[in-house]
Design a protein around this ligand. Structure first.
Ligand code: BGC
Length: 982
C-alpha cells in the first residue's frame, strides 16, 4: 500500500513505475485490508475535506425489474464510482417511505447513499450477494471508509445474515451481523486501506440460508475517502486537446488529434510489442454479473491484452472505470472499444427489425437507429453489433426476428439506412456508434431452420441473395463486420478466405475490421475443421478474421504460430491496423470516456417515444379486414383477450435487456376509448404454458402427446363470458419472445401454450374477433386467418406497442405495413420465399394438400383501410438518353385516404449465367391518395434495376426479355414484357 501511494503521489516517472508494477502482475499486490466497527454514531453534519463522497439515490427507472443497474441514480462526485449489481432478480425499490427520516441522515462527509433492494436469492446454498459495488476513480485515494446503515434489513426466514465488504470478488471481509437498529444514526463503519484504482469493492449481504429466499434490504451507505488523501490530485496524462497515452511526456503522432488517421495508426503500430498487437485482436465479455471476473480482467487490461469488451452493463461510470485502467495503466494506453447488441433500440425499444422493415421505409429504420445510437453511446457503448444483414428465408429460424426480411433489395436498403442511423456522418460524435454488419455470411440458410446448423449455399445464391445486403452496408460506410457461425463450402465463415478476403477485401475493399462471432474461433474445433485453439486461431487470422470474440485464442497462441512461421507478422499487423483504424475513426483515442451524467438525459425523449409509436403503426401489417376495422369511436364494450393484452414484457422483443417495461395494448386501448366505454381484459392463458398445443393442417388445435393436463391458470370461461358481453373482441396472442431470436428456432409455427384453444373458444362465440399477433416470425395460423374478422400482424412492437396499435385499431392511423417475409400456410412449406429460382417444372407442390405451393400471404402483402386498383403495366421505351420506364395508374377506390406501397418486380426470361428468380423486387414507392384520386407511378428500367451479380462477383445485365410487374405484392398482377437492349 505504501509503495502504491508513493507511486501515485510522486511526480515524475510515475507511469514507468506503474508499468513495472503491472508487469509483475497485480496478482502480487497486497490485498486491501478491511476492518469494521459496529454501531457507530455519526457525528451529525460533519464534512469530508473537498466534498469527496458519492451519493447513491434510490429510484430505478420506472418499472425496471431485472438485471438492471440503478445507474440512472448514480451521482458520482469525485473519487468513487458506485453501481448496484442486480443479479438473480434483485429488485430496486424506492427508499422506504415508512421511514422517511432515514432518507435524511447525513453521513460523515455529507454523503448519503440510500437504496432499497429486494434481494432475492433464487439459488440454493448461496452465501453472499453484492448489494452495491464501488471503485476508486482517483488513484490518489488508497484508503477510505464505508458507512453502512442496514436498519431496514429484514430477514424473512430463520437464518443469520450479515453485511461485509468483498474485495475483487473474494471472500467477505470484516463480516458484521445485521443490526436492524432503530436509530438512523447508527452505522457499521468499514475502513479500507491499501486500495487501488483497479480494485472492485462490494457491500455484500451474507446469509447462511441453504434455500432460496427473499429479503428486503434497505441499504444506506456512504463511501468517504481518508481525509488525508481526499482531493489529492494524480499527475495527469490528460492535456488540453490530447492525452499522453504512452505516458512519455510528449505528444506522439498517434496522440495528436490533428494528424490523419492512417498516420496515427502507423505511429502507434510501430510502438507496439507483439503482445500488445495480439491484445488488440482480443475481445472479452463482461457480463452484468457483479464483476466477479473483473479481478481477472484488470491484469489483462494493464498488459494491453483487452481490445474490446462485449459490455452487458449499463453503467457509464463502470465503463469509464474499465477504460481508465486501459488508458492510464496499459503501456500504450489504447482505449477499449465497448460493444453490445443494440438491435432494435437501447432504452427506447422499437419494433424488431423484421417489423420495421415491413414499413418499406428505410428512413424510418435510420431514424430509429439514430435514437438507439445516442442512447447506447450515453451508456458507454461505442460499437453495436447491428444491423443484422442475414436474409429471413425460413420462419423456423428464430433469428429472422433480427433481420430485415427475405428480400435482398429491401434488406439492402434497410441495412444501409441502419448503418447511417448508427454512424451518422461522423461516427466519432458523442451520439453515434460504430455499426457491425452481421453475420457474414449465409447464417440464415441453416438447414431445417435450426440455429447454428450447417448451410449449403451455392456461389450463385451467395452472390445474388446473401451478399448484397452486406455489400450495401459496407457501401453505406459500416466500420466493422462480424463473421458468421455457419460454414460455406464446408469452411467455417470464421476461417473462410473466399468470403473474408477475396470478396470482402479484394473485391469490396473493406477497410474496417472483422470480428468473429461468439467463440466461433474455438468452435472450429467442434466443426472438425481445426485441431485445437492454436490451429483455429491460425486458420482464422490467415483467412482474414481480425478480432477473436471470446475464444482468447489469438492472444494465447498466435505468438507461437508466428514464431513457427505459420502466421506472418504482416498478417497480424494488418489486422491490428484495421482495429486501430476503427478506434481512431470513432474518436476513442481523443475521447475515451463517456459523460457519466449523460446517461439519463439521453434516454427516451418524448420525441423518441413518439417515433417508436409511429414505428409500431408502420411496422404492423393488416392481413385481413372484413370491415370491422377501424373500430367505431362510439364503441362501448370491448373485450381484450389473450396473454399479450396486458403484458409489458412480451411486447418488447427478442433483444430487450436495457429498457423499462413497455406500454401495453390494454393501456393503449383504454386511453383511446370513450370515457363511458368499458374494456374487459382477460388473459385467458399463459403465452407458453404447458401443455403446448400444436396446430394440425386443418387449423385445429390438439394437445401435444405426453404432456400434463391443462394447467389450472386457464381462464377460458372468463374469456368466453367477456367475449359474449362485448361488441368486439381484440385477441392479443402470439409466441413467447423467448422462442425468438438467438437459439429461438421452432418446429411448429403455432401459437404458444394453449392460445389456439383459447382463440377457438372465443371465436366460437360468434363475436367479431380482431386478432393481433405478436411474434418474432410469421406464424402459420390457418384458423386465425379464417375465423378472425380482422388480423393485425404486430411482430414484437417494442415499448410503444399499446399506443401504436391503438392508433391503428381506432383508425387514427391507417395501416401501411407490408410483409417483409412471407406468411406460410404451414410449417411444412418452409422455407418458402417469394423469390425462389425458376425451375424446369414449375407449379409442383404437395400431394397431401389441395393448395399450391403458394404462401398464405406473400412478401409485400398488406391491406389498409381503403382499397387501391392497379391499371395495366405500360412500358415507355427509352428515348432522349432517358431509360425506359414502367408505369402504372393507381386509383384509390375506397372511402378513406391511404398509403399504398407500389412495388416493382422484374423477372429475366433467359439468363445463361444461371436461373434467376421468377420475381425480384427492384423498386417500391409510397403513394398517398385521397378517395377517388388517381396517380401514375413510374419506375425506370435501368441496368441496375434489371441486373444481377455473375459468378465472379461482377454486376452484369443481359440484353433480352424481361417480365415487369407493378403490383401490391409479390406474385400478384399481370406482367408486361420488356425487351432490354443496353
Ligand atoms: C450472436 C451475435 C451477437 C454476439 C454477441 C452471438 O452469439 O450470434 O449476433 O452479436 O453473440 O452478443
Amino acid at each position: 500500500m505504501i509503495i502504491k501511494s508513493m507511486l501515485y503521489l510522486c511526480a515524475g516517472a510515475i507511469f514507468a513505475q506503474t508499468a513495472t508494477l503491472a508487469a509483475t502482475g497485480p496478482e502480487n499486490r497486497p490485498q486491501a485490508v478491511v476492518t469494521c466497527e459496529s454501531q457507530v454514531k455519526m457525528p451529525a453534519g460533519s464534512q469530508a475535506p473537498g466534498d469527496q463522497y458519492v451519493f447513491f439515490g434510490a429510484n430505478p427507472k420506472p418499472g425496471k425489474k431485472t438485471n438492471d443497474n440503478p445507474d440512472t441514480n448514480l451521482v458520482k462526485l469525485k473519487d468513487f464510482s458506485v453501481t448496484a449489481p442486480c443479479e438473480g432478480g434483485n429488485h430496486l425499490i424506492p427508499a422506504d417511505p415508512a421511514n422517511p427520516d432515514c432518507g435524511k441522515v447525513v453521513a460523515p462527509g455529507g454523503a448519503l447513499l440510500r437504496t432499497g433492494i429486494l434481494f432475492s436469492n433464487e439459488g440454493v446454498n448461496r452465501t453472499c450477494q453484492d448489494l452495491a459495488t464501488f471503485r476508486i476513480t482517483n488513484p490518489a485515494v488508497t484508503s477510505f471508509s464505508v458507512w453502512v446503515l442496514d436498519d431496514t434489513l429484514k430477514r424473512s426466514g430463520n437464518w443469520n445474515s450479515g453485511i461485509a465488504i468483498r474485495v475483487n470478488g473474494g471472500d467477505p471481509l470484516a463480516v458484521h451481523g445485521t443490526v436492524q437498529a432503530d436509530s438512523c444514526n447508527e452505522f457499521t463503519k468499514f475502513t479500507v486501506t491499501g486500495a487501488s484504482i483497479s480494485d472492485v469493492f462490494a457491500v455484500t449481504l451474507l446469509t447462511d440460508s441453504k434455500h432460496a429466499f427473499r429479503t428486503l434490504a434497505g441499504l444506506t451507505f456512504a463511501v468517504i475517502p481518508d481525509p488525508a488523501m481526499a482531493g489529492k490530485s494524480f499527475p495527469s496524462i490528460y492535456h488540453k486537446g490530447w492525452i499522453d497515452l504512452n505516458k512519455n511526456g510528449v505528444m506522439d503522432i498517434y496522440e495528436d488529434p490533428s494528424q490523419p488517421v492512417e498516420a496515427r495508426v502507423e505511429d502507434l503500430l510501430k510502438q507496439m510489442t507483439l503482445e500488445e498487437k495480439l491484445g488488440q485482436l482480443n475481445q472479452l465479455v463482461r457480463f452484468g454479473d457483479q464483476g466477479k471476473h473483473d479481478v481477472d480482467f484488470f491484469p489483462k487490461m494493464r498488459r494491453g491484452e483487452v481490445s474490446s469488451y462485449i459490455w452487458m452493463g449499463t453503467s457509464p461510470a463502470l465503463r469509464n472505470q474499465f477504460q481508465r485502467i486501459a488508458v492510464q495503466e496499459s503501456p500504450r494506453g489504447i482505449p477499449i472499444v465497448f460493444g453490445m447488441d443494440i438491435i432494435h433500440g437501447a432504452s427506447t425499444l422499437f419494433p424488431i427489425a423484421l417489423g420495421l422493415s415491413c414499413s418499406f421505409e428505410p428512413e424510418l429504420l435510420e431514424r430509429a437507429q439514430t435514437v438507439a445510437a445516442r442512447e447506447a453511446r450515453a451508456e458507454g457503448i461505442d460499437w453495436v453489433f447491428a444491423p443484422m444483414c442475414d436474409l429471413a428465408r425460413d420462419p423456423r429460424w428464430g433469428r429472422v426476428a433480427e433481420t430485415c426480411g427475405e428480400d435482398p433489395y429491401l434488406s439492402s436498403l434497410c441495412n444501409a439506412a441502419q448503418v447511417r442511423g448508427f454512424q451518422g456522418t461522423n461516427p466519432a460524435a458523442p451520439d453515434r456508434v460504430a455499426a457491425c454488419l452481421k453475420h457474414y455470411v449465409g447464417y440464415s440458410a441453416v438447414t431445417g431452420g435450426r440455429d447454428k446448423n450447417d448451410t449449403e449455399i451455392s456461389e450463385w445464391t451467395l452472390r445474388n441473395a446473401h451478399l448484397p445486403p452486406f455489400h450495401a452496408g459496407i457501401n453505406a460506410g459500416a466500420l466493422t463486420i462480424m463473421s458468421a457461425f455457419n460454414a460455406i463450402d464446408g469452411i467455417p465463415s470464421t476461417a473462410n478466405r473466399h468470403v473474408l478476403t477475396e470478396i470482402l477485401r479484394d473485391e469490396w475493399k473493406f477497410p474496417g475490421f472483422v470480428v468473429s462471432d461468439w467463440e466461433a474461433v474455438a468452435q472450429m474445433i467442434n466443426w472438425g475443421y481445426a485441431k485445437d485453439k492454436a490451429d483455429a486461431s491460425r486458420l482464422a487470422i490467415n483467412a482474414g478474421n481480425d478480432m477473436d470474440m471470446k475464444s482468447e485464442g489469438y492472444v494465447r497462441y498466435l505468438a507461437a504460430e508466428i514464431k513457427a512461421g505459420r502466421v506472418s507478422l504482416a498478417t497480424v499487423d494488418e489486422a491490428v491496423r484495421r482495429v486501430l483504424r476503427v478506434k481512431f475513426q470513432i474518436g476513442l483515442f481523443d475521447r475515451p470516456y463517456v459523460n457519466e451524467r449523460g446517461f439519463q438525459p439521453a434516454q427516451m425523449h418524448p420525441e423518441d417515444l413518439a417515433l417508436a409509436r409511429q414505428c409500431v403503426a408502420k411496422s404492423t401489417v393488416l392481413l385481413k379486414n372484413t370491415g370491422v376495422l377501424p373500430l367505431s369511436k362510439e364503441i362501448k364494450k370491448v373485450a381484450l383477450i389473450g396473454p399479450v393484452g396486458d403484458d409489458p414484457v412480451e411486447i418488447q422483443g427478442c433483444w430487450s435487456g436495457r429498457s423499462g417495461w413497455g406500454t401495453t395494448l390494454a393501456k393503449g386501448i383504454k386511453d383511446k376509448l370513450a370515457k363511458d366505454a368499458t374494456l374487459t381484459v382477460v388473459k385467458g392463458c399463459d403465452i407458453s404454458s404447458e401443455p403446448r398445443t400444436k396446430t394440425l393442417q386443418d387449423g385445429s388445435a390438439v394437445i401435444d402427446d405426453g404432456v400434463a393436463a391443462v394447467s389450472a391458470d386457464v381462464q377460458f370461461d372468463e374469456a368466453v363470458r367477456a367475449a359474449r358481453d362485448a361488441e368486439v373482441v381484440v385477441m392479443a396472442v402470439g409466441e413467447p419472445r423467448g422462442w425468438t431470436g438467438e437459439g429461438g428456432s421452432r418446429m411448429f409455427l403455432s401459437l404458444g401454450g394453449q392460445q389456439q384453444a383459447l382463440f377457438d373458444a372465443v371465436a366460437a362465440t360468434g363475436k367479431p374477433v380482431v386478432t393481433i399477433v405478436f411474434s418474432g416470425r410469421p406464424l402459420s395460423l390457418p384458423t386465425v386467418w379464417e375465423k378472425s374478422a380482422a388480423v393485425l400482424y404486430a411482430w414484437q412492437p417494442g415499448i410503444q406497442a399499446g399506443p401504436g396499435l391503438a392508433d391503428l385499431l381506432m383508425g387514427d392511423v391507417s395501416p401501411s405495413g407490408r410483409l417483409s417475409m412471407s406468411v406460410l400456410r404451414d410449417v411444412g412449406q418452409a422455407p418458402n420465399y417469394y423469390n425462389y429460382l425458376r425451375t424446369g417444372l414449375p407449379g409442383f407442390s404437395y400431394r397431401d394438400h389441395i393448395t399450391s405451393g403458394d404462401a398464405q400471404y406473400w412478401f409485400g402483402y398488406g391491406l389498409t383501410y381503403t382499397t387501391f386498383q392497379y391499371g395495366p403495366v405500360r412500358i415507355i421505351p427509352a428515348a432522349d438518353g432517358k431509360p425506359a420506364e414502367a408505369v402504372v395508374t393507381l386509383a384509390n377506390t375506397g372511402k378513406r385516404a391511404g398509403d399504398e406501397v407500389v412495388q416493382l418486380y422484374i423477372g429475366q426470361l433467359v439468363c445463361h449465367e444461371g436461373a434467376r428468380p421468377r420475381q425480384e423486387l427492384r423498386g417500391f414507392k409510397h403513394v398517398k391518395l385521397q378517395p377517388g384520386e388517381k396517380a401514375d407511378v413510374r419506375f425506370p428500367l435501368t441496368s441496375e434495376v434489371l441486373g444481377y451479380i455473375d459468378h465472379k462477383g461482377n454486376p452484369r445485365v443481359d440484353a433480352g426479355e424481361y417480365e415487369i410487374w407493378i403490383a401490391p405484392s409479390a406474385h400478384k398482377g399481370t406482367p408486361a414484357r420488356f425487351n432490354f437492349a443496353p
